[in-house]
Design a protein around this ligand. Structure first.
Ligand SMILES: [Zn+2]
Length: 243
């Protein structure tokens, strides 16, 4: 009988062991499931962060290309053709008297989505004028452009980069300078102009060129191609300033 009781006890013990191991096994299994679940969550969060980082990283650096001293009957049309072909928008700071002489070019600039800025009526140093004369230079250019496009000009690039601070308050125009100046008017060497601009290109840059020279127009289109290839997005100055 002793033997049978022992056998029975061993059987009960075994059953308990099986039960215990089953319960613990389940718990371990559950806990390892939790581990898997929590690590999945962590991985998903990391993935999300990586995606956000990637979005920021792939956001293209922006740059604005601007042209002073036009419109030019000889070269602005060619420039507009090239920009249109490439789907690039630029900013043109027009001289009022040239705008008056070339209304069809002003209309094209406007209709093709570029931004028009004011470069005074006679290309003058604003700081050397009386307030009345300065106001005339800005207003007269605005009047010509408004007559063609039906829109007032909001931006001014003062010739020679000199400006009187109080004028912008009086005239409700915003002066826009530049950050990259290849001095394109001093050379006919297209490669030299292109190299200077491409070397100095950076996010938020504003390129200054003049659309009254064949070499500058050729350089501009090459610059657009090279910087587009480098991943730059071309924007107009209002987009650059407002952001
Ligand atoms: Zn100028």
């Amino acid at each position: 009988m002793n033997g049978r009781r022992r056998y029975h006890e061993i059987k009960v013990l075994c059953l308990i062991l099986v039960l215990v191991s089953f319960i613990y096994g389940g718990t371990f299994k559950n806990s390892s499931n939790l581990d898997v679940e929590s690590s999945t969550v962590i991985m998903e969060e990391k993935q999300e962060k990586d995606n956000k980082k990637t979005d920021r990283d792939i956001e293209a650096p922006r740059i604005a290309i601007t042209f002073d001293d036009g419109p030019s009957a000889s070269y602005t049309g060619k420039l507009l053709d090239g920009l249109k072909e490439r789907g690039i928008r630029a900013t043109f700071f027009l001289i009022g008297e040239y705008a008056e002489m070339n209304p069809e070019l002003v209309r094209r600039i406007y209709e093709e989505g570029h931004v028009i800025g004011n470069h005074t009526y006679h290309h003058v140093d604003i700081t050397r004028l009386s307030d009345e004369e300065a106001a005339y230079e800005i207003n007269e250019t605005d009047k010509v452009v408004y007559g063609i496009t039906g829109e007032h000009i909001r931006y001014v690039r003062p010739p020679f980069g000199v400006w009187q601070k109080d004028l912008e308050l009086e005239m409700e125009v915003l002066p826009v300078m530049w950050t990259i100046d290849p001095l394109d008017w001093t050379t006919e060497n297209v490669g030299e102009i292109v190299n200077k601009v491409v070397t100095e290109a950076e996010e938020g840059g504003i390129i200054l060129l003049h659309d009254c020279y064949a070499s500058s127009v050729e350089a501009a289109l090459r610059i657009v191609d090279l910087l587009t290839e480098e991943g730059y997005e071309f924007v107009t100055v209002d987009e650059m300033i407002l952001d």
